[in-house]
Design a protein around this ligand. Sequence first.
Ligand code: HEC
Length: 102
Amino acid sequence: MLLLTTVMVACAGNTPPTPALSPEAARGKVVYAASCTACHNADPAKAGSLGPDVKGSSRELLEARVLKAEYPAGYTPKRSSTLMTPLPALAGDIEALAAYLK
Ligand code: HEC
């Protein structure tokens, strides 16, 4: 059992085994780790130190929220706070983030 655990940890690194990511999603994962995990959980399905879980966020939501600190019309935010600062420099990475978080 110990050996099996060791082998699994060695193969998976710090993340649980996941199906192979598309190149776009893999890039999104890197962007997410670099720009989002200060506040959001490294596992996007869980709440982070400051931000809520963001797994399943649509491209529309990411674009509004990340670039402009807004929400798409009619969207009910998970939190009523306005702590997240917009990151307009990520305009070229929204597609990749959406592919990773979907
Ligand atoms: C400074 C901390 C911080 C950073 C960095 C940050 N967020 Fe957030 N995020 C938050 C907080 C806090 C909220 C909750 C609303 C608020 O207070 O602004 C939030 C809300 C969100 C939401 C809306 C969730 C919902 O459904 O209501 C999305 C999507 C999101 N963040 C994505 C991201 C992505 C993607 C990144 C990286 C590109 C990122 N955030 C970086 C703190 C952060």
